[in-house]
Design a protein around this ligand. Structure first.
Ligand code: ZN
Length: 362
């Protein structure tokens, strides 16, 4: 009888220890316990539903009302035609510890709608799963995530690549600005090999570029971890340098981190990855681009900057939106999961668990 009791007691101890082990699965927050065991859900998105400027603005404010403890919406400046550049700050206001700053934006080129949609889709993914799933909760925890879905509101309204001054905002930053070798796009007729883009009369001549520059300055001393401007449609993650003439030689540490990130994208997503340089096809765009936001952010702030080129093809057809959202989600998750690595220029070696439904690499 006595030995039976002892065996039962040992069994109970093992059971309790086993249960405790379950609760402390890797990736689960110790604070939130069992409520974090729910599977991640993907936003319910439809292929043919895009958000124009006004709809995007409404979406952001409605999301702010729905998640008052998580989302703050504010303007970082105005466009040529006086439209606001709206920004969402996503963070857990109840978490008052020191945080990292992460910046994601879209639609610097106004006709690249998928870039805006990813900003909204990714925001919704994070908010809907925060506090319910350990991985998603960990992605947001300890961070202030700034999302600017439309950097070029006038271009989005007119469905044009350039802003209302016909300037390419992503050639207007003060890095190798105006270099003809880095301010060009492939000639659609294929006659000259390339044509030149309007990079503006001088660096930071455009209000949209100034707004982005000034906003990034506010993050400079706030643990600015990474910057991911979203574009279409080269089907690749692009990294520094993009410009034709780099302002300084990149330290080996930075080069290695960028290369590691490229390889991660090649291994875990359907996207390609690389640098934009003449005849280098690894980034899907075999020519350099000077005056870009990503290069400038790295040069000025020493921040890891990666340009996400969603979708596929030289011109985005605005088809298969839900596929592009799901295919790009792992890249956003990887960036957030490794924010501290990016901040400290350590190898970004964390692969988060992806939600069911994200497409595997072909
Ligand atoms: Zn673009």
């Amino acid at each position: 009888m006595k030995s039976n009791l002892a065996a039962a007691a040992i069994f109970m101890l093992l059971l309790v220890a086993g249960l405790a082990g379950c609760i402390q699965e890797p990736g689960l927050s110790e604070k939130s316990g069992e409520s974090q065991d729910l599977p991640m859900v993907l936003p319910d998105w439809k292929d043919d539903v895009y958000h124009n400027y006004e709809e995007t603005k409404s979406w952001m404010f409605e999301t702010g009302e729905k998640y008052p403890q998580m989302v703050e919406v504010f303007s970082i400046g105005t466009s040529v035609q006086d439209r606001e550049l709206w920004c969402m700050k996503i963070t857990d206001e109840n978490d008052t510890g020191e945080k990292m700053s992460c910046l994601i934006d879209g639609c610097t080129h106004g006709d690249e709608w998928e870039a805006t949609e990813f900003c909204l889709y990714f925001t919704q993914f994070l908010l809907e799963n925060y506090g319910k799933n350990g991985t998603a909760t960990g992605l947001v925890g300890g961070k202030e995530i700034y999302v600017i879905p439309i950097v070029n509101p006038d271009g989005r309204e007119a469905d044009t690549r350039h802003n209302a001054n016909s300037v390419n905002i992503n050639r207007n930053y003060d890095i190798d600005w105006g270099n003809p070798e880095g301010s060009s796009i492939i000639d659609p007729m294929g006659l000259t090999g390339h044509t030149f883009e309007n990079c503006g009369p001088e660096p930071f001549s455009e209000p949209e570029t100034c707004a982005m520059r000034d906003f990034m300055e506010t993050l400079h001393n706030k643990n600015f971890a990474f910057y991911m401007p979203c574009h279409t449609a080269n089907h690749a993650l692009l990294g520094c340098w993009s410009c034709a003439r780099a302002p300084f030689e990149m330290p080996q540490r930075d080069y290695d981190l960028i290369e590691h990130t490229f390889q991660w994208v090649r291994d875990h997503t359907e996207y390609e990855a690389g640098r934009t340089q003449w005849l280098n096809e690894t980034g899907g765009q075999p020519m350099p681009a000077s005056g870009t936001a990503g290069d400038w952010c790295y040069m000025r702030h020493g921040v890891a900057s990666f340009t996400m080129e969603l979708s596929q093809g030289s011109v985005a057809t605005h088809a298969n939106l839900t596929h592009w959202m799901k295919a790009t989600l792992p890249v956003g998750m990887y960036m957030l999961a490794n924010a501290e690595n990016f901040l400290n220029w350590r190898t970004p070696d964390i692969t988060p668990i992806f939600p069911e439904g994200t497409p595997p690499r072909n």
